[in-house]
Design a protein around this ligand. Sequence first.
Ligand SMILES: *Cc1c(COP(=O)(O)O)cnc(C)c1O
Length: 229
Amino acid sequence: MHIQESLRFITNQIHQYETKYHRDLNSVLLIAVSKKQSIEKIKEAIEAGQHDFGESYSQEAIPKIEYFKHHSNLILTWHFIGPIQSNKTKAIAEYFNWVHSIDRLKIAKRLNDQRPGYLPPLNVCIQVNIDQASTKSGIRIEDIEALATEMKTLSKLRLRGLMTIPEPNNDIEKQRQKFKRLRNCLEILNQKEFQLDTLSMGMSDDFEAAIAEGATQIRIGTALFGERI
Ligand SMILES: *Cc1c(COP(=O)(O)O)cnc(C)c1O
């Protein structure tokens, strides 16, 4: 399938789920996860109207971002969604509009210090280990509030919400339970004078469940671009 068709297909699915689960129309943003996908494929997606892209590896992403800065007059939004090593924060702070995968204060501080002054604050989400499994990346639920509170002092970061990558599960009810847990975390923060508007959750195999539970951004790779190279 061409990317234009799969993009149309997924956009229709998103609209169907918005209706089915009584969500506002266009309340779910589609992030096209272009990691390990070619410039050509990204170009096709842009021509089909896609603006938001997700990348997981800064070395791979930056040449792509540079390319489109010079070869497209559209304004694109780049979301960093991968694990963050300390030595990559400078590049991430300079090139991305969003970072979804903050799981410790050290990384948040570095991104804050390295965000160039001429750019607006970096939009960020805290990544939560919703399965509570020790092998998974993301912060534990009980540690979210402390990190969020510390981040309030970082003026070049704008905390927008929470992100998670649950363990794969084919049962939509089980998928929903995990996403609901993340939504509850966000609601609790918002009862405590945070003003968060973003739930980044849902991928190719579980985005219906995520939309049902309030996702505002879904991150779709393979369902849009096909298998990664
Ligand atoms: C790769 C990736 C995705 C996209 O996964 P698909 O299953 O291909 O849709 C979404 N979010 C994160 C954090 C990823 O690393």
